[in-house]
Design a protein around this ligand. Structure first.
Ligand code: GTP
Ligand code: MG
Length: 338
């Protein structure tokens, strides 16, 4: 039997309670949420003094329901910036935040999405602030809406994000994948599962549309009407977690395929024109952004880190298949460089 056709162990479901207990321990507490809100309020106060018309949106995991006790706070400021460039506004914002006693304030202007990063001594959180990046606000809503469809998505994503942090494969600056990319991988996996756990909201009649920077973000967002969608699939979280790692270890076609939650199926690299290397984009693992369809979240992965990632997927699948205590062994801290 090929490894891609292996069936999971008979007692896999016995690990579900342990995994669900871990999920519960990763959920942010009420106190955590309160401190996050305090941070957002103090950012709003600082920003309001200099830019009274600015609107503040939360995005990323503090707003998409995939936030854990380790998550930072991501804030997007929507504002008219006139003749100034985004970078000039970010530099001014850095000064404003420093004057208001935020710590480690740093403008990261060379990134694809320029941000100010800082930490708040009062709440202890770190915070990224971007300007007019409404695409991130839209994809935050999309992820949040998916999360409301079937609780197994949140559970799976919490476990995968925790695994990725513990195994040091959640660091884009070192060539591994962002939390956002891992959540897209989880959604895609649940859309591809038979019977399907999740529908594809972007191929349905749109009930929500936001157009920004020439990109239309449209999808069916009346998720309360789809509550029974995944009911036919009875897989436990343990079986799904094993299936997720099995898929990324042995079943995904890295050479030809692109995962796309926008289409609810895999696309070919050929049709995306992601076959040849352009600049630093190597397309060794292809994860299409649901709205910025030209954007491959896997572009950060290089020849060395694709190997590390695939070895980690294989290890995870093997641990869930054979280990006596997979709920512990799977998440053992490890850094491939030490
Ligand atoms: P944690 O902070 O690790 O809990 O996860 P997160 O969900 O906040 O994800 P992350 O910090 O990786 O990204 C924050 C948000 O930025 C995402 O939820 C997206 O809305 C947005 N985003 C859009 N494009 C990208 C991208 O290419 N990379 C990353 N990292 N984020 C993107
Ligand atoms: Mg974040």
């Amino acid at each position: 039997m090929r490894r891609s056709e292996v069936e999971c162990r008979d007692d896999i479901d016995s690990f579900a309670p342990g995994l669900l207990a871990l999920v519960e321990s990763l959920k942010p507490s009420e106190e955590h949420k309160f401190r996050q809100k305090q941070l957002v309020d103090s950012v709003a106060k600082s920003v309001g003094k200099e830019w009274p018309g600015a609107r503040l949106h939360l995005y990323g995991s503090c707003a998409n329901s995939f936030g854990t006790t380790n998550s930072d706070v991501d804030v997007c400021l929507e504002m008219e910036i006139g003749t100034e460039s985004t970078v000039e506004v970010l530099l001014k914002l850095s000064d404003v935040l420093r004057a208001d006693n935020f710590e480690n304030v740093e403008a990261i202007t060379g990134a694809r999405v320029p941000i100010v990063r800082m930490s708040d001594p009062r709440s202890g959180f770190s915070c990224d602030i971007c300007i007019n990046n409404l695409l991130a606000v839209a994809n935050t809503k999309l992820l949040k809406d998916y999360a409301q469809l079937d609780q197994r998505l949140l559970q799976l994503a919490f476990l995968v994000k925790h695994w990725a942090k513990q195994r040091s494969v959640n660091e884009t600056y070192r060539g591994t994948l962002s939390s956002y990319a891992y959540v897209l991988m989880c959604i895609s996996f649940l859309q591809l599962r038979e019977p399907k756990v999740l529908p594809c909201l972007q191929v349905m009649e749109p009930t929500y549309t936001l157009t920004t920077e020439g990109t239309e973000c449209a999808y069916f967002d009346k998720v309360d009407q789809l509550q029974d969608f995944g009911a036919e699939n009875k897989d436990s979280i343990a079986e799904l977690l094993w299936g997720f790692f099995q898929y990324w270890a042995y079943r995904h076609d890295y050479r030809h395929d692109v995962i796309s939650i926008r289409m609810g199926k895999t696309l070919s690299k050929q049709e995306k024109n992601w076959t040849t290397r352009v600049g630093n984009d190597r397309h060794l693992v292809c994860i299409e952004d649901p709205f910025e369809t030209g954007h491959d979240l896997g572009r950060v992965v290089d020849r060395q880190t694709i190997r590390i990632l695939r070895e980690e997927f294989e290890r995870a699948a093997a641990v869930l298949q054979y280990d006596d205590n997979p709920c512990v062994t799977l998440f053992e801290p490890y850094d491939y460089e030490n």
